[in-house]
Design a protein around this ligand. Structure first.
Ligand code: SF4
Length: 346
């Protein structure tokens, strides 16, 4: 369970607001609306889970926040408002719109790493294979903090200790390939947290790990969140991991949020047929031995040819002919904090 307790209304101050974010990829084959009008917010110290199948826009949302969307993708509309503590000593926050910053400029580079950090599924996308993990963690520390090399090394060893790395004084001089998958993941988390970011974006960080190592890494992230007080945006296709980590959940399908609620409501009172289908496809204790797991009918449609009306209608067992295949459903609040995009609740 995360720092704040599941299902609790969260009153902590805003950290990040994403408003009507649209990130499109302009390809010869057509335009892919990878993120198409997404709204959510993350509060200080909160864990927000983002769930959905591959290709639903989760990772592009994260790349948009960090301004690392690869070409030919770009943000075409929307705001990403970061509330930052004033550094001047006066209380309160300053708000900057990350969409307005130059992705390669000094200010965005200082946000990336120092205020918002990211861990990926595959640590080798973060680490260079030709430098030791210590050199790479130290480089991140020296870039964002005014410390010399000796101090940076001390801090890197501290971070490696914090993430449970055995013999950190020696491991700091290891190359990434000399570490196991789980240890590489710990080293990546150490690098991401070395500058104490206020938001950690975790994009499927445990997907490539065995279940025991996965459980250890999830526990580590929860402990570190409590110690450091950071918020986590946790991206995964795995609802089991969401149940472990998140207080609030957004479910994405083809670039849009289709349901949003606290984690208990998502698990015990899911509304959207897509969320219900995702839940039926996860293994549960108590399921009869011979009962088969259900898979979601069909596949995620071609991103160049998103179905008209509700984009989920070709796969939906509740689809209303003549309505769902023609009109886009509105995004409605069914009860406080529980929103759904479906004609059944309009
Ligand atoms: Fe299914 Fe219609 Fe709801 Fe879409 S709007 S999820 S097709 S019932």
């Amino acid at each position: 369970m995360s720092a704040r307790g599941k299902g609790q209304p969260d009153k902590s101050p805003l950290l990040l607001e994403v408003r009507n974010l649209k990130t499109y990829f302009f390809l010869d084959e057509g335009t892919v609306r990878a993120v198409d009008g997404v709204d959510f917010e993350v509060r200080q110290g909160q864990t927000l889970g983002v769930v959905g199948e591959s290709g639903c826009g989760k990772s592009v949302t994260a790349q948009s926040i960090l301004r690392i969307v690869p070409p030919p993708g770009r943000i075409v509309e929307g705001e990403i408002l970061l509330h930052r503590m004033r550094h001047t000593g006066s209380s309160g926050t300053d708000v900057i719109d990350l969409v307005k910053l130059d992705p390669k400029g000094k200010e965005m580079r200082s946000v990336r790493g120092a205020e918002i950090a990211m861990v990926f599924q595959e640590p080798m996308t973060s680490f260079s294979p030709v430098h030791t993990i210590g050199d790479q963690i130290m480089e991140a520390i020296i870039l964002h903090q005014k410390v010399d090399k000796a101090e940076a090394r001390e801090r890197a060893i501290e971070m490696l200790k914090m993430v449970g790395m055995p013999k950190p004084e020696q491991t700091i001089d290891s190359y990434p390939h000399q570490l196991s998958g789980g240890m590489r993941q710990r080293a990546m988390i150490a690098m991401a947290l070395s500058c104490h970011p206020s938001l950690l974006i975790a994009d499927e960080p445990t997907t490539a790990l065995d279940v025991t190592t996965e459980a250890q890494i999830l526990e580590l992230m929860r402990d570190l969140q409590q110690q450091l007080g950071m918020a986590i945006l946790y991206i995964t296709h795995d609802l089991g991991v969401i149940a472990e980590m998140a207080e609030e959940v957004i479910v994405m399908y083809l670039g849009k949020i289709v349901e949003r609620a606290d984690v208990d409501s998502i698990f015990y009172e899911p509304l959207h047929p897509y969320t219900r289908a995702l839940l039926k496809s996860i293994p549960r204790i108590g399921r009869k031995a011979k009962q088969r797991l259900e898979s979601i009918k069909g596949v995620v449609p071609d991103p160049y040819a998103i179905p008209k009306g509700c984009s989920f209608h070709p796969r939906c067992s509740k689809a209303i002919p003549g309505l769902c295949d023609r009109e886009e459903p509105p995004y409605v609040q069914v009860k406080s904090g529980h929103l759904v995009r479906c004609h059944l609740y309009a």
